[in-house]
Design a protein around this ligand. Sequence first.
Ligand SMILES: Cc1cc2nc3c(=O)[nH]c(=O)nc-3n(C[C@H](O)[C@H](O)[C@H](O)COP(=O)(O)OP(=O)(O)OC[C@H]3O[C@@H](n4cnc5c(N)ncnc54)[C@H](O)[C@@H]3O)c2cc1C
Length: 369
Amino acid sequence: MTLNVLVCGLGPAGRALAHRCLIRGLSVAVVDPAPKRSWTATYAAWADELPVWLDRRIIAATVDRPIARGIRTHHIDRRYAVLDTERLRESLDIAGAEVYTDRAIALTRDGVTLASGAVLRAERVIDARGLARSPSRAEQTAYGIVVDADRCAGMTSLFMDWCLDNGAPAEAPRSFLYAVPLGQDSMLLEETCLAGRPALGPTELADRLHQRLRARGIPVGGSERVERVRFPVTGGRPGRFRFGAAGGFIHQATGYSVAAALTAADTVAAGDSPWPPKSRVVHGLREAGLRALLTLPPADLPIFFDAFFDLPPELQRAYLSGRTDATGTISAMRTLFARLPRPLQIRIAAATLRLPVSERGRRGSSMME
Ligand SMILES: Cc1cc2nc3c(=O)[nH]c(=O)nc-3n(C[C@H](O)[C@H](O)[C@H](O)COP(=O)(O)OP(=O)(O)OC[C@H]3O[C@@H](n4cnc5c(N)ncnc54)[C@H](O)[C@@H]3O)c2cc1C
């Protein structure tokens, strides 16, 4: 009997899709070189982004009003959820799927050739193999440590803090502090390079994190669990038969994709396209947003994010979340643009229209073309 769906790749996207296909009663096979691999990354999302079917016990901690800091401090009126990644993996149950521990090396719409030489057939083949690194792809990088909560007494949860107490020279590419609870007992403190081509490396980010924590009086012993982050934020190709990072689900300006993939899993399981025309418009707009970010000089980033977090919550949400609100995304970008100082407007307009930036503008460029 021909399989209904064959999913290649068992990251958050592929596993969510296989799980939702099984829930629909479809016959499913999955291919991954390490299907039982634990997930160690700390995933998070805005709580309102998570689909209703998702078991809420996968949430490790929530933050009601996380803080964003540019030059000023903003309380974001939106609940942020830090996920228990291993529980998330377990909750996306794929019992009932045929599991192939192998690599998919050639994919067509109805068949896959595996590295072992086997050929599998299905009515639909979905590529959820993630994205490979490439010098042409902007990446997000971060270096984090997990610290006992009692050592962080007085520290609030930070969605992003661009404060320059990390020892980086004012003209150097910027990074920000991300600080979230992982539960009652511990916090993840992470120095993050939002996007760069190339992005800041782990040694630089670790130095900055330690300098920052020293400046804030948070003791670090050296034996803390370390989280290293490096993944491309560009490069996926939207399409009906690709899903997750491979299918262009990564929000280019934030790096988030997990909640978007969880939400779209039912659409794809039903055989529908996750790319209605409005999604393609939103994708293009966010790509322009990333180009703008990459072109801003370091000192302008806190100003840019102050203006962003001054936007009404519904416009912030339209830009950060969902994949189909083209009107809201345009409105967020227009309102933000109108509120920026003139020099930033010029630079962003040039980046959006792909016009060259002057030599003077290039010097000290933060997130590096
Ligand atoms: C430390 C860290 C923290 C992060 N935090 C967040 C966050 O808070 N929120 C968020 O939204 N995103 C976060 N991200 C980004 C997020 O990890 C990725 O966007 C997400 O994993 C993409 O999911 P995916 O399933 O599409 O691809 P991947 O997670 O890359 O999974 C791809 C899967 O395909 C398999 N595979 C690869 N090649 C083949 C092949 N040839 N054949 C078969 N299988 C193959 C791989 O083994 C893997 O299991 C973080 C990333 C890191 C590294």
